[in-house]
Design a protein around this ligand. Sequence first.
Ligand SMILES: C[S@@+](CC[C@H](N)C(=O)[O-])C[C@H]1O[C@@H](n2cnc3c(N)ncnc32)[C@H](O)[C@@H]1O
Length: 399
Amino acid sequence: MGGCLHKPLQQDCSHYREGAAVLELGEGFFRPDSRPSRDLSVLIAAGLRQGGAQRPQRWLDLMAGCGIRALRWGLEACADEAPLLPELWVNDADGERGPLLQRNLAPLTAFGERVQLRRLPAEVLLRQAYLDQRYFDLIDLDAFGCPNALLQASVQALAFEGVLLLASTDGRSPTGHDRPAAVRRFGAAARVHPASWEIALRLQFAALAREAWLLGRGLQPLLAFSEGRTFRLAIRLRQHMQPKEEHQLGLLARCDACGAQAIQPLLRLQGWPPCACSNAGGRWAVSGPLWLGPLQNQSFLQDLRRLGEEMPASVAPATRRLLERLSADPGLPPTVWPTAELAQRLRLPGPPSQLDLVTTLRAQGFNAFGSAVMAGQVRTDAPYERLLQCCRNLDLEDR
Ligand SMILES: C[S@@+](CC[C@H](N)C(=O)[O-])C[C@H]1O[C@@H](n2cnc3c(N)ncnc32)[C@H](O)[C@@H]1O
């Protein structure tokens, strides 16, 4: 697929500018709209550098395309005075990308031989790195389709406290639209759910957690978001698991007839309670095992926002908005309802204001947040009947 197909017509394919990078896009895949994910990777790299600049780091752009991420890491995340530059490993299996990558990475002269260009299948590079005991502090895995076949090798090549940025464009299997593929790729049930992007992210975290746990390592989610086409998340690999980390894996059930939802950690799995259907006619559709824990790490996001203030040219307005949104919603609890669905079920003339609903639920002592993952959705641990009652009351107040 030609890269220019993904760009506005007026855009010049020969010299694309983003952050401090000016580069050629070539004929391969490139999406200007993915800039927020690249900006975040620059901020994450800058944060890693600030946190561990006393020792040389190693960063890997595993599926580099035109090399824009690695180039921006080198130009923007390493623009400080610190003498130790990281090793930058830049890889793309498409051999035809080689000359383009070489031209695009030429501005990184200060790195000298610390830029390592490879044209290997990702699995080969990762396995070789493991055999050579070469561990990466940052791996960016920007895959086409589902990346799960590469997860074990990626986790094995990640340093302790290292960060893995993961992208998946497999939108069908984790959203309930290809259930056999969800079983094959995630070892999980994926059912259609109005918060389908969040379910997809939770299934992805679960797949990663299992790979980390198999190695006796722990997993800390840092951030997660989607625009419905690509599912992106970042995790930190911990040398040890946190106490009760396994409690974060569980099942999420939803009754399509009444809209009730329920969760259970696998470790405390029992029968499901009745849903809210009056005639017991409801039936839970169960998704999982998936990650029931937080999606976003608030202090990590605070650090990224601070870095964004220090590096304004690295942060597009859309990225700044994304960071604000993610900072306002930890991604807990995992039960999320669209306000439009609640209004429809109650036959209200329109959905309640998200802000009013969150405020009301909090005033009653429940956890409640506007979802940062999908617009117009409310996340809460309020019992379903209370949630519906709050919507009714808000509607009455509006009249
Ligand atoms: C989504 S694009 C990367 C986009 C780039 N990271 C960016 O931000 O613009 C995916 C790239 O991965 C490469 N690729 C696909 N499968 C691969 C594999 N198994 N190993 C290494 N590279 C691969 C493709 O050639 C393509 O350039």
